[in-house]
Write a protein that binds this ligand. Structure first.
Ligand code: SF4
Ligand code: SF4
Length: 389
């Protein structure tokens, strides 16, 4: 799922503090995936292709809060899987809000109306509902009819109860600019903010045909923004990130800007790419070979323009060059003329495929934990029996 971003949060002070402290790498948003289980199976999803033993695993509420404390980012996005399936989701969100974290709960909204009572409206909480386009397009993207209508109904119900709601759209190849523009008009009528990101080419996604490459992404976003001139679409992105999508900025990604924590641990190097795991956030920051990732450095990064890698770059760029950010905000996104130079891909290192190895390792851990729990249970029962005798 794409995640909404900075517009709603007062992140400038945090960024400034990191800069003053001279920190080179720091997180802006914790991507917390408390489970991978989902009640949909979208064709572009690269998050749910695991055996049941892994899909049944959950992070506990305490593990979620510990991750937020350990990482220290001012915002926590909770994607998944589908977080509303997690039995402790209400408690997890309450604990994060109590820590004054801005929480973006990302959901496909199938369970949202039913579960609204678990949450309380707060300036620290917003729902980010997965909508990839208008009705026919979205229902096709999520491989199930009726999901768009249920999501829209849930959005209206949540808004009526005083919750802030945004939508997040993942954009794939073959989605015409005119349709995306109509979808953005629809979100304006609905009164919700939008985050949009080109889909990352997940190696485990069922549909490998429709991921956009960088050239197509830039062209498509230019066409969309050209159609939006004079309209008041409410994007949840910084102006510089949108300018980057339209090909006007040459940015390198900031993979540590939105670190991911899930049932495997802290994911290396980023939310999109699982190339190994660290036990602690500190270990993630200190042991990841950051220079070996990013477009032009690693084959799996070749076409990535996703917001979780590049929005932190845009945020840092805005801090270093506020005049440029202001200029883009005033002038709007440039949709014609030459684009910024593209990154050279000729020296990128080849992809490594370690997914199966990681899954096997996790399955062995799960089996070991289960055997240990069974032993402890048997020992406790034997102890109880001998005490009773
Ligand atoms: S709703 Fe999100 S997590 Fe679930 S299958 Fe679709 S993209 Fe994946
Ligand atoms: S380009 Fe950066 S953000 Fe994108 S997958 Fe690679 S490391 Fe992650």
């Amino acid at each position: 799922m794409a995640i909404p971003f900075f517009k709603e949060i007062r992140i400038g002070g945090y960024l400034m503090k990191q800069k003053l402290l001279g920190r080179k790498r720091y997180p802006l948003v914790l991507m917390l995936e408390p489970l991978f289980r989902c009640n949909l199976a979208c064709v572009g999803c690269g998050k749910i292709d695991y055996p049941d033993a892994i899909l049944n695993r959950r992070m506990t509420a305490q593990e979620c809060w510990d991750a937020a404390d350990e990482c220290g980012a001012p915002m926590v996005a909770i994607p998944g899987g589908e977080p509303l399936i997690h039995k402790e989701i209400g408690e997890i969100v309450r604990g994060l809000v109590a820590r004054k974290k801005f929480v973006s709960l990302c959901t496909n909204a199938l369970l949202l109306e039913k579960k609204l009572d678990l949450f309380e409206p707060s300036p620290y909480l917003f729902f980010s509902v997965h909508l990839d386009g208008l009705k026919d397009h979205h229902d096709k993207a999520v491989s199930q009819k009726g999901v768009f209508d249920r999501a829209v109904s849930a959005i209206k119900a949540a808004k009526a109860r005083g919750f802030t709601v945004n939508v997040n759209a993942t954009i794939f190849d073959g989605h015409p600019a005119e349709e995306i523009a109509k979808f953005l008009d629809f979100t304006t009528e609905l009164g919700v903010g939008v985050s949009m990101s080109p889909g990352y080419a997940y190696e485990r996604a069922p549909d490998q045909e429709h991921f956009l490459n960088r050239t197509k992404t830039k062209k498509l976003f230019r066409d969309v923004f050209a159609l939006g001139k004079g309209k008041k679409w409410n994007f949840m992105h910084s102006g510089l990130f949108l300018d980057f999508l339209a090909g006007n900025q040459s940015y390198e990604c900031t993979p540590w800007g939105m670190p991911a924590r899930n049932i495997f641990g802290w994911q290396k190097p980023c939310y999109l790419l699982g190339e190994g795991y660290a036990k602690t956030f500190k270990e993630l920051m200190e042991t990841t070979d950051w220079d070996s990732y990013g477009t032009g450095k690693y084959e799996k990064c070749a076409n990535c323009m996703a917001h979780c890698g590049y929005e932190p770059t845009a945020a840092t760029a805005a801090l270093s060059n506020p005049l440029k950010a202001m200029w883009v905000a005033l002038r709007g996104i440039k949709t014609t003329g030459p684009m910024a130079p593209e990154i050279d891909l000729s020296k990128q290192r080849p992809a490594q495929y370690i997914f199966s190895e990681q899954v096997q390792k996790k399955l062995s851990e799960i089996r070991r934990d289960e055997a240990l729990a069974a032993q402890q249970k048997a020992a406790a029962a034997a102890q109880k029996a001998s005490t009773a005798a």
